[in-house]
Design a protein around this ligand. Structure first.
Ligand code: ZN
Length: 81
């Protein structure tokens, strides 16, 4: 009886281990997939967009990651090569 109880516990533990392994594998696959997709998206974004700055250089070389207008003079920011 005690042997079967131990076997039951071992069986339970291995089941937990397997399910947590499956969970971890699923999570890593999911994060890998989303990371891959996000990375590709970010890459094309940064390659196309680059950094933006005011054409009048109002803020002494300060750049922005998104196209906007200069907070000082209000001109459209231009892409910095
Ligand atoms: Zn400006």
């Amino acid at each position: 009886m005690s042997v079967s109880l131990v076997l039951l516990i071992i069986n339970d533990m291995s089941r937990i281990r397997i399910s947590s392994f499956i969970l971890a594998a699923t999570l890593s696959i999911a994060s890998f997939t989303s990371c891959n997709g996000g990375d590709r998206h970010e890459h094309s974004d940064t390659e196309v967009a680059g950094a933006y700055s005011c054409p009048m250089d109002c803020e002494d070389g300060k750049t922005y990651s998104e196209a906007d207008t200069c907070p000082v003079c209000g001109m459209d920011l231009t892409v910095v090569e």
